[in-house]
Design a protein around this ligand. Structure first.
Ligand SMILES: Cc1cc2nc3c(=O)[nH]c(=O)nc-3n(C[C@H](O)[C@H](O)[C@H](O)COP(=O)(O)OP(=O)(O)OC[C@H]3O[C@@H](n4cnc5c(N)ncnc54)[C@H](O)[C@@H]3O)c2cc1C
Length: 532
């Protein structure tokens, strides 16, 4: 069956797309609004602003790829669609970070879990972080709008066996669990969302908002890395970008963009990096600080029957049993989910080498993996990481604190208890020096004493947030509660970097909803000012 490719069709219909790798001369382009980044924030902003009749240019560092090139192979997907070929790490290499780099941003490769921002996070922002107008009641209409737009609904089919184990464990232990809502339309249940949806079922920005903005006349410039914003007297006056070749290496071609308004949607880490490189105002030295990751622990479990965790919707069940148990500012809570288990992904996120690693990989099809995503940024001993500029780009310094390790130990115990309750033969907490555990009783005592430490314990993240926080108090925030810069009248930030803490939930729907709210207000203001 032939799969329709909306990108090829759109290009054939005359979309304005400039692949900067093909340019041999410098270019200057102008529009009402320039958006940097085409992920969750940039995609939604582009659609709303073009619908309001504004001319829009989207500048994206990654390539424009489509289902025709999504061949379900990790070896191609990671270098083509992820920052640093999916090998990004924090400065001390203790945390591995996944972030998308392609048209559609991380939404092109994400796993489709769609959750509204949890109320305790929003309440914390109002009380502690000077955020206004973002109660759940105020946000719900925006979530509803984006759920309709992106076909977000509860997964109606059987969970795959990886998720089923999470569900069974929760049922046996009487723990809370929820069936996940996903942004898919006609999903084939392949399990390869992380390599780009091969059948365009995932309602990522690549196949929804970006095509719609291009149909309405927006211009997309791909393989153009924004280097800096030019600014003068409290106004942004231009954006300077460098063309990249097909391997995403810089060429000598420069692009300049001029607009009435500029939006940074380059995602956490990169939005602060661009601002820092530009030397924009930051009197309270906030940029790049408080970058959050939901640092995530993994627990493997060997079952007698095949689990085949590479196959089927990667995430369809989660448990919030432990996320908010001690209150937002209390001990760091953790959300329980499962990841898709593909060979490169899992072999690079596990322990051992040689024989022990080979033995683990031999059990690949029997392996169930549970993950615990730790909610960072609420507790005083959980300040997240800090982005620094380096000679070659940036580094994220993210110290793993005592409060984190305390939570990690609790999380390993919860995961082992859950996996044994679900019928696991053996459980392996993914931390160097621990052997396979044969019962919950054994696991309980081993986990209580096991050594947890950076580079010994595997920690990963697919959720990068913060570093350019919103709020009304300029001592805590770079942008206001609508994402408008406190220092530049024609600059907004619309991406995950504006969160003042992590969320305790997967971020995409929070970014969609808040961007829809903020871009709608901006569109009203820009169209009103052009009429006067
Ligand atoms: C493997 C994986 C699985 C995930 N699964 C889920 C999930 O199931 N549910 C969920 O809610 N969330 C998930 N996420 C996270 C979610 O996709 C992100 O939180 C969200 O997409 C972030 O949106 P954003 O707009 O902040 O940034 P992004 O979507 O990352 O977009 C930023 C874009 O800006 C571009 N950019 C960066 N710097 C520059 C520059 N200098 N010049 C030009 N362009 C630049 C990048 O290339 C990128 O395309 C997952 C993420 C990954 C990587």
């Amino acid at each position: 069956m032939a799969i329709q490719d909306p990108i090829e069709e759109g290009l054939a219909s005359g979309w304005k797309h400039i692949d900067a790798s093909q340019l041999s001369e410098d270019r200057t382009l102008e529009a009402d609004v320039v958006i940097v980044g085409s992920g969750a924030g940039g995609g939604v902003a582009a659609e709303i602003l073009t619908q309001a009749g504004l001319s829009v240019i989207i500048v994206e560092g990654g390539s424009l790829k489509s289902s025709n090139s999504f061949n379900m192979e990790e070896r191609r997907a990671y270098p083509n669609l992820y920052h640093q070929a999916a090998g990004m790490k924090t400065k001390d290499k203790a945390i591995g970070i996944f972030q998308g780099r392609a048209v559609g941003g991380s939404t092109t490769v994400n796993w489709t879990t769609s959750i509204r921002t949890p109320e305790p996070a929003l309440e914390f922002w109002t009380k502690e972080k000077s955020v206004t107008g973002l109660s759940r009641a105020e946000l719900d209409p925006w979530f509803q709008k984006m759920e309709q737009r992106l076909n977000i609904s509860k997964w109606e089919y059987e969970p795959n066996r990886n998720n089923q184990a999470l569900k069974t464990g929760c049922e046996k232990l009487d723990w809370d669990f929820t069936v996940i809502k996903r942004n898919v339309k006609g999903c084939w249940n392949t399990g390869y969302c992380g390599m780009g949806c091969p059948v365009n079922a995932k309602q990522s920005m690549l196949v929804t908002t970006i095509p719609s903005a291009l149909d309405l006349g927006a211009t997309l410039v791909s393989r153009a890395k924004v280097i800096e914003l030019e600014h003068h007297n409290g106004k942004i006056t231009g954006v300077r970008a460098q063309a990249l070749d097909e391997q995403l290496k810089p060429t000598s071609v420069e692009l300049n963009f001029k607009a009435k308004h500029y939006i940074l949607s380059a995602g956490a880490i990169h939005t602060p990096t661009i601002l820092m490189r530009s030397g924009t105002d930051d009197p309270h030295q906030l940029l790049g600080k408080r970058t959050f990751l939901h640092p995530t622990l993994l627990s493997g479990a060997v079952f007698s029957d095949p689990i085949n965790a590479h196959s089927g919707a990667p995430q369809s069940i989660y448990s919030d049993e432990f996320v908010w148990r001690d209150g937002a500012a209390g001990e760091l809570g953790y959300k329980l989910e499962v990841p898709p288990v593909h060979p490169i992904l899992i072999s690079s996120k596990t322990v051992g080498y040689g024989k022990s690693h080979a033995a683990l990989m031999e059990n690949f099809n029997q392996l169930q993996v549970t993950i615990a995503l730790v909610r960072d940024g609420f507790h005083p001993d959980s300040q997240g990481g800090q982005v620094h500029l380096t000679d070659t780009g940036f580094a994220l310094d993210y110290p793993l604190t005592d409060a984190f390790w305390h939570s990690a130990r609790r999380a390993f115990a919860s995961m082992a208890e859950l996996q044994f309750a679900a019928g696991a033969k053996q459980v392996l907490p993914i931390s160097e020096g621990v052997n396979y555990l044969n019962s919950w009783k054994e696991a309980k005592s081993v986990i209580a004493d096991m050594e947890l430490a950076p580079l010994k314990t595997v920690v990963a993240s697919a959720h990068v947030m913060g570093g350019c926080a919103m709020g009304e108090d300029t001592k805590m925030a770079m942008v206001d509660s609508h994402g408008r810069s406190h220092y530049y009248e024609n600059l907004s930030v619309m991406d995950g970097s504006i969160f003042p803490t992590s969320l305790g939930a997967n971020p995409q729907l929070s970014i969609y909803g808040m961007t829809a709210r903020n871009a709608t207000k901006l569109a009203e203001e820009l169209t009103a000012s052009s009429r006067t």
